[in-house]
Design a protein around this ligand. Sequence first.
Ligand code: IPE
Ligand code: IPE
Ligand code: MG
Length: 244
Amino acid sequence: MNYKKLINELDKSKIPRHIAIIMDGNGRWAKKHKTKRINGHKEGVKAVRRIVETAVEAGVEYLTIYAFSTENWGRTKTEVSYLLKLIMDSLVKEIDELIKNNVNIRFIGSREKLDESYNKRVMETCKKSWKNTGLHLNVAMNYGGRKELLDAFNEILADARSGSKLDGEITEKIVSDYLYTAGMPEVDLVIRTSGEERLSNFLIWQSAYAEFWFTQTLWPDFSREEFIRAMLDFQQRKRRFGTR
Ligand code: IPE
Ligand code: IPE
Ligand code: MG
């Protein structure tokens, strides 16, 4: 079915506010097509483009995509440097179009291990979009859920020691406010492609009550239609949050 028709089937009052996507399977896509892994990543960028556009059309408020994990440093030097460059180049290439679509984009993750010049360039490029009021697109770059929590705890500790704020006990609200996603709604729906069914250290705090949706489709093949089907499926779920 044409994806525009499918979008009309969505209940507009029940669009997941925050969708998180673990974009997996670029390497296997490349293998299947008898080409280099890097070509799988390149093809994966095209999928990002269509999924972001579709999220805008569907009226999703927050979309967080897993681009590079704190564990991905363990890949070969060639693949790591290719990925870092591809992510930066894609941001620079797409920023004008994203701005035109009223997208507000930010990178979330640790700044450690990345060059200061890299972080600066990301920040300066993203900044141009911060007045936008449409989709909030978070690119999880050098992101790890445990690292995010450790960063939060250490900042809480520092603030408590300096006595400026935080003199009572640590609450869920305080932890949430120190995460990279401070001020954003919790994750409603986690999508993972390529048949793997695990979180791989992605948004572990924010996904505590998320719905999960898995598909065998490899990330470069993930279509607008399938993305909308995941949202339609989400709309059929009965979320109970521990109540009966
Ligand atoms: C996801 O594809 C992209 C990143 C992790 C950066 P993979 O590179 O993990 O692809 P597979 O899992 O090897 O197929
Ligand atoms: C998770 O995928 C990270 C990203 C999609 C960026 P991986 O391919 O790195 O995860 P594992 O190793 O299969 O758990
Ligand atoms: Mg993988």
